[in-house]
Design a protein around this ligand. Structure first.
Ligand SMILES: [Zn+2]
Length: 342
């Protein structure tokens, strides 16, 4: 029998096309070390933490931390604790060439049930110590192509894909190498929809990034000012008003008052919808008597990943912050910043 579409069939077909146009084929998702996850599943999130880092630098023989089981035994209880504190996602910000170990992240994610997001990109802060030599001769387009391969095929041979772009730049106006990697980040972010998170030395640097992003029509809702605590209140307010994410990511027991003041300053200007909070905790590889061990960063925190839940939230509630405002900072803002809609 020949199929003759009825008016209703034709109407449904066009409605389907319209819905696909509205919501896209692959509505909003995040890319975790275990693959794509609907952004609604992201839940309470710490947006800037580390698992294992290795600060030896690319110019020195960089021994990766091989003893996975030892690392897992040490770190897993802290991720399990995050789960009991209600977190479901951790964004791991260790850049390439500073000990990023995506297989370890995947194992920890599988065993703990915490979603972990890793990254692609290069880190040019700290005297370019962590940059591969190739950066000096490559164009921004070629650098972006190298990272795009990681996005499409996975990091090294692991098949594990990055969920955001992580760069590092120092203080002051971007120098030529920083500009180059930043342009590569803009290109990759525009192509893939991944957020561009930039470790930034100061407020002058973020303004330099802002101008370059704007010139290239980059969506500022996908630019994260990492370590915005290194800037001034007026700089944070100005950048937040332009639509950039303000990441106050070094919350610690020793700096609670400072963080409260920075948060309240944004709140007073109705800018909580641009705020991200985290600890920047993690472990670094240490070489002791020829053996590799892991040492907590101890950036003013006695236990990794704990201070926000144990101290900061109580203080925010005491200051009159509502549950909705806390959820905005730890659930809605991370979704908006890291969700990918392409
Ligand atoms: Zn960090």
């Amino acid at each position: 029998m020949k199929f003759i579409p009825s008016r209703i069939t034709i109407l449904l077909f066009y409605m389907g096309c319209f819905c696909q146009f509205l919501y896209g084929q692959d509505s909003n998702y995040i890319m975790t070390v275990k693959g794509k996850l609907a952004v609604e599943e992201m839940g309470k999130t710490l947006v800037h933490e580390h698992i294992v880092t290795n600060f030896e630098g690319t110019r020195n023989p960089n021994q990766p931390f091989k003893d996975q089981e030892k690392a897992i035994n040490l770190i897993l209880p802290h991720l399990n604790n995050l789960k009991t504190l209600g977190y479901t996602t951790l964004v791991e910000c260790t850049p390439s060439h500073i000990g990023k170990n995506v297989e370890l992240l995947q194992q920890l994610s599988e065993r703990s049930g915490i979603n972990i997001i890793t990254n692609t990109g290069y880190y040019a802060a700290v005297d370019k110590k962590y940059l591969p030599e190739s950066v000096y001769s490559l164009s921004p387009q070629s650098i972006a192509a190298t990272w795009l391969k990681e996005w499409e095929q996975g990091i090294s041979a692991t098949g594990i894909r990055p969920g955001f772009i992580k760069l590092g730049v120092g203080k002051g106006e971007l120098d030529s190498i920083e500009q180059k990697i930043f342009k590569a980040g803009l290109l990759l972010g525009s192509t893939t929809g991944m957020a561009l998170a930039v470790h930034t030395g100061d407020g002058i640097s973020i303004k330099s990034q802002y101008r370059l992003a704007k010139k290239n029509n980059f969506d500022l809702n996908k630019l994260i000012w990492v370590h915005a605590q290194n800037g001034k209140n007026e700089e944070r307010i100005e950048m937040a008003r332009e639509g950039i994410w303000i990441s106050l990511d070094g919350v610690s027991e020793t700096r609670i008052e400072e963080y409260l003041n920075m948060i309240v300053a944004l709140h007073d200007k109705s800018l909580l919808s641009r705020l991200l909070l985290s600890h920047d905790d993690g472990w670094s590889v240490e070489y002791t008597e020829g053996d590799l061990t892991l040492k907590p960063f101890e950036n003013g925190n006695s236990t990794p990943y704990n201070t926000i839940s144990e101290i900061l939230l109580k203080r925010l509630y005491e200051q009159g912050f509502s549950k909705e405002q806390i959820d905005l900072i730890f659930v809605e803002n991370p979704k908006e910043a890291l969700g990918i809609s392409k």
